[in-house]
Design a protein around this ligand. Structure first.
Ligand SMILES: NC(=O)C1=CN([C@@H]2O[C@H](COP(=O)(O)OP(=O)(O)OC[C@H]3O[C@@H](n4cnc5c(N)ncnc54)[C@H](OP(=O)(O)O)[C@@H]3O)[C@@H](O)[C@H]2O)C=CC1
Ligand SMILES: CC(=O)[C@@H](O)[C@H](O)COP(=O)(O)O
Ligand SMILES: [Mn+2]
Length: 404
């Protein structure tokens, strides 16, 4: 296996200050001759981005606003003179599509990642997709753009990366024609797997962001706790692997050792296993089709204990059902589901909504928003905005009722 290549891959890392960003830089640091960082982006963590720029000396760094850019420029004055500082949405799209870039790690959280990730796809880059919300929102347009512009799309989400590894030869055009019966997404069940409905009513944001197995950003941690993460992943799997919703199963596997599986027509089930550490899928996608070291410890089967499996409970955790309804209805509904979820999770984290209120908000917004065809990006962006406004109004109305 080669340990170096002649010219290093140049990388734009969207969301460098986040959990995936940190794991990506950890892997890159292990292979300095294979990879060079071209651009690093953040939203508001200017100090953290400045520290990363000192270490990585990217050509470009991007933040949200002019004042953040000015502050970053000041912080970099002495240490990273080579870095050009930019800000705003156009700058994110530019560093994703820059001719100098080979590979884009799409690790911004939420809908904010859609336009820069699409820019990378439309520039035909090798796109490492962590930002599942982008694909959930715009699945058909996104996948058409991948095909039209010859982009290479590699899944980072641990389940989808696992499935990709269990497929015969990359992504098949048709699952059935490849002898595949179904894809099996594993779900940890989150921190409240054993909680009663009464206990769920009282859970706090601090409890919800404590994932039992993975260390992740706040938004995805809450999604794991509601099982919306698995709902988003169900939709993500349909687009990535040309699967129908009923070809995607979900099974709760609390140990997070098996990251997902593929069932074949002959009764074989192929599984990908590993430590719950995102450096494995990141290293896999960075180097694919080669393999490189990731820093992740080997699994010790003699100390692992037993692996267990159970069906998800859609009564206590309705979000998975809502996501299935959204992808079955198609059109703008997955985008609506995602937008309502983002608003509801933000309200929950701000202490303005109960844990169970998250699913209630999403269901109410889906009931109020029609399913429209999602063949234009403009339609998707306006459905996203409408659903956010609808969710915000619903939360305000519920809170007014509660204080009466
Ligand atoms: N963490 C994980 O293990 C996994 C994550 N994913 C997916 O990867 C994505 C990133 O997750 P994670 O790393 O946990 O998230 P984090 O919250 O840890 O990091 C998010 C990153 O996005 C940046 N960001 C936030 N809002 C904006 C915005 N409006 N515009 C531009 N940049 C923004 C943040 O910048 P700043 O820090 O400055 O705010 C940060 O760099 C998500 O879509 C998640 O679902 C998928 C599988 C596993
Ligand atoms: C690491 C990763 O891919 C997360 O999406 C993780 O899967 C969350 O775990 P659960 O959603 O299964 O709790
Ligand atoms: Mn996942």
């Amino acid at each position: 296996m080669p340990t170096s290549v002649e010219s290093p891959q140049r990388i734009t890392l969207l969301g460098a200050t986040g959990s995936i960003g940190q794991s990506t830089l950890d892997v890159l640091a292990r292979h300095p001759s294979r990879y060079r960082v071209y651009a690093l982006t953040a939203h508001r963590k200017v100090d953290a981005l400045a520290a990363l720029c000192q270490t990585w000396q990217p050509e470009v760094a991007v933040v949200a606003t002019a004042s953040d850019a000015q502050r970053l420029q000041e912080l970099l004055r002495d240490g990273a003179a080579a870095t050009t500082v930019r800000y705003g949405a156009q700058a994110l799209a530019d560093v994703a599509a820059a001719p100098a870039v080979d590979t884009v790690m799409a690790a911004i959280v939420g809908a904010a990642g859609l336009l820069p990730t699409l820019a990378a796809v439309r520039a035909g880059k090798r796109v490492l997709l962590a930002n599942k919300e982008a694909l959930v929102m715009s699945g058909a347009i996104f996948m058409e753009a991948v095909a039209e512009h010859g982009a290479t799309l590699l899944p980072i989400d641990s389940e989808h990366n696992a499935i990709f590894q269990c497929l015969p030869n990359g992504t098949p055009v048709s699952l059935t024609a490849t002898g595949i019966d179904s894809l099996v997404l594993t779900a940890s069940g989150g921190p409240f797997l054993q909680a009663s409905a009464a206990e769920l009513a009282a859970v706090t944001p601090a409890q919800a962001v404590k994932h039992p197995n993975w260390s992740m950003g706040q938004k995805i941690s809450v999604d794991s706790a509601t099982l919306m993460n698995k709902g988003l992943e169900l939709i993500e799997a349909c687009w990535l692997f040309s699967a129908t919703p009923d070809q995607v199963e979900v099974v709760v596997h609390p140990q997070s050792v098996i990251h997902s599986m593929v069932r074949y027509a002959d009764g074989s089930v192929l599984a990908q296993m590993g430590q719950p550490d995102m450096r494995t899928p990141i290293a896999h996608a960075l180097a694919w089709p080669e393999r490189i070291s990731s820093g992740v410890a080997a699994l010790d089967f003699t100390r692992m204990g037993s692996l267990s499996f159970e069906a998800p409970d859609s009564t206590r955790f309705p979000c998975l059902r809502l996501a299935r309804e959204a992808i079955c209805a198609g059109g703008t509904w997955p985008c609506v589901l995602n937008a309502a979820n983002e608003v509801a999770v933000a309200a929950f984290l701000a202490g303005e909504l109960s844990f169970q209120g998250i699913a209630e908000v999403i269901e109410a917004v889906m009931q109020q928003m029609p399913v429209r065809p999602a063949s234009e990006l403009a339609t998707i962006l306006s459905a996203d905005q409408e659903a956010r406004a609808c969710a915000t109004r619903y939360i305000a109305a519920q809170s007014a009722l509660a204080s009466d």
